[in-house]
Structures are given as structure tokens and as C-alpha cells.
Ligand binder design. Structure first.
Ligand code: FE
Length: 171
């Protein structure tokens, strides 16, 4: 490409949004001992009175960098004391991405628990596709580097205070 064409291509990238971040296939991680099936369908896990709200947004993409409409996302994480609700469905919920693969989860900042930095467990599945089980980590959390399971590829990007973004890339 000539210099002018290269410049043109670079200017197009921000318009396409998802094209900028598409790259590494999202790594799989253990689901751990606390997954439960049949979580409620909801995009907010807030119940009122929480001290530490957090908003996760992002897109589900195919390996070809195409948005995956209607992808299933099932989230679960610990509460503000580092405990999982294994009787009910507190801080558990599933949702479907919209027609452009986008999702939005309103929740809290979960607490650390022994051996683990803050994280959100998630299963992501394209319609008819294989389930990706993984975990998301909080932006610039000091606990990250003390957790052997932490991977920088799974750290949310800080959008602003109290918000993080993450794009899943399915294999
Ligand atoms: Fe966990």
C-alpha cells in the first residue's frame, strides 16, 4: 500500500470499533467450585444498598472479528465479603448479547477471597457454539499480581471509575 492508502485504512479503524481490539482468542479458565446452572435472566445483579457498583460492558466476537448476535453470557461472582451464594442466585445472572454482540452487566465489585484477586466468572456461548468458560479481572487491581490464576489478557480495560470493558473473542 502507498502511504496515503495506509493512512486511509488507519482512519477507518476507529469507526469500526471492534476491529481495533480483535486479536487474541480469549483464554479459557477453570469454572471453579461455585458455578450453578439456571441463573436468572437479568442484566443487573444489583439489589439496592450496594457500596461498590461496577459496570461491565463489551462485545462478543468470533475469531473472524465479527460480532456474535445473541451470544449467551452467564456471570457469577462473590459478594462484598468474598462469599458465593450457593443456595440462591445472588450475584448470578445470564443474558443474551444484542444484535451487534454487545452486552452490559451492572453489578458490584466482588471482594477478594483467600488466594484469589477480585474476579468475575463467566461462560460465553455463541448460538449453537462451544461454551467458553473463563474469568475477568479488574483493571489495575493490586491483588492481580498476587493471584497465580490472573492473566493480563483477561483484565478488563478501565473505561472510567467503576466501569470496565472486555471483548470476548471466541475460537
Ligand atoms: Fe471465584
Amino acid at each position: 500500500m502507498r502511504r496515503r492508502e495506509l493512512l486511509g485504512a488507519a482512519l477507518l479503524l476507529p469507526v469500526q470499533g471492534w476491529a481495533q481490539t480483535c486479536g487474541v482468542i480469549t483464554p479459557r479458565q477453570t469454572e471453579g467450585p461455585f458455578f450453578k446452572t439456571s441463573s436468572p435472566r437479568r442484566t443487573s445483579l444489583l439489589e439496592g444498598g450496594e457500596k461498590s457498583r461496577f459496570l461491565v460492558t463489551g462485545t462478543v466476537l468470533s475469531a473472524q472479528c465479527k460480532p456474535v448476535p445473541n451470544a449467551l453470557l452467564d456471570f457469577w461472582h462473590s459478594d462484598e465479603a468474598g462469599e458465593y451464594d450457593n443456595r440462591g442466585f445472588r450475584y448470578r445472572g445470564h443474558q443474551h448479547a444484542d444484535g451487534e454482540g454487545r452486552f452490559r452487566l451492572e453489578t458490584i465489585v466482588p471482594a477478594e477471597y483467600p488466594g484469589r484477586t477480585r474476579h468475575i466468572h463467566v461462560k460465553v456461548q455463541a448460538p449453537g457454539g462451544r461454551v467458553l468458560t473463563t474469568q475477568l479481572y479488574f483493571p489495575a487491581d493490586p491483588g492481580n499480581r498476587r493471584d497465580a490464576l490472573y492473566r493480563p489478557e483477561l483484565e478488563m480495560r478501565a473505561a472510567k471509575q467503576g466501569q470496565g470493558t472486555f471483548d470476548f473473542i471466541l475460537s
